[in-house]
Design a protein around this ligand. Sequence first.
Ligand SMILES: Nc1ncnc2c1ncn2[C@@H]1O[C@H](COP(=O)(O)OP(=O)(O)O)[C@@H](O)[C@H]1O
Ligand SMILES: Nc1ccn([C@@H]2O[C@H](COP(=O)(O)OP(=O)(O)O)[C@@H](O)[C@H]2O)c(=O)n1
Length: 241
Amino acid sequence: MSESEISGAAQAPVLALDGPSGAGKGTVAREVVRTTGWHFLDSGALYRLTGLYCQRRGVDPAADAAGAAGLAAQLPAAFRLDAGAERVLLDGEDVTAQLRTETTGALASQVAALQPVREALLQRQRDFRRPPGLVADGRDMGTVVFPGAELKIFLTASAEERARRRHNQLKEQGIDVSLDALTEEIAERDQRDASRATAPLQPASDAQILDTTGLEVPQVVEQVLERLRARLGLPGAAARG
Ligand SMILES: Nc1ncnc2c1ncn2[C@@H]1O[C@H](COP(=O)(O)OP(=O)(O)O)[C@@H](O)[C@H]1O
Ligand SMILES: Nc1ccn([C@@H]2O[C@H](COP(=O)(O)OP(=O)(O)O)[C@@H](O)[C@H]2O)c(=O)n1
């Protein structure tokens, strides 16, 4: 008897989208969500929020992993849609803009290397899995959080292209950083994420690798949707709004 038969209910399907920074996970995930009506887990936001919360509460994750995990376990975070725009609140304060900076990304990567922090966030991430399905964006969606995901895609692109994309994205948000500095910061973060002992950034053994270098966003979205349809028999591209 399978696990779902034992629990009495089949679980909602999961699309696990993992990969390094700037590969396009968030962009593609949101488009897939728009098309399918599935739920969305931005797991990176939870690590970013944990990093920010540690900073605000004066906890140094490098010296106090248990303290950081304690804050992660009771993260006072709320995700809102405000006239179609995503807003993220931490302890009631709007931290949407601060969340996406590379400084916060580096903080996130530091707390994310701590096993107790990852454990503290595990169930919270799994709770996002609800019908009709979940698109989960992160580093370990297919390896640790949802190892039984129906479809696992590892999105990647060359380091230069990922840095360029991030640079453009930040510029559009009015954040001015040098491309060289950004390239270095992203390389450092990828290196830390890939080499950590716990849940390192790596494709699951059953993940499909999708290199997006030289592809436009709609092409990547179409490829992902195609694979999802093939796997689950979802309605065709004509349904896209
Ligand atoms: N295939 C692509 N081609 C060109 N730009 C892309 C592509 N995928 C994503 N982008 C752009 O790159 C930036 C970073 O993408 P994002 O989804 O935030 O990446 P990730 O979540 O993997 O860090 C966004 O501005 C996005 O529009
Ligand atoms: N599932 C996840 C998601 C993010 N993270 C960490 O959180 C950081 C920020 O993740 P993110 O997805 O918001 O970052 P980007 O890919 O958008 O740059 C990453 O560099 C990882 O260190 C993680 O360890 N596991």
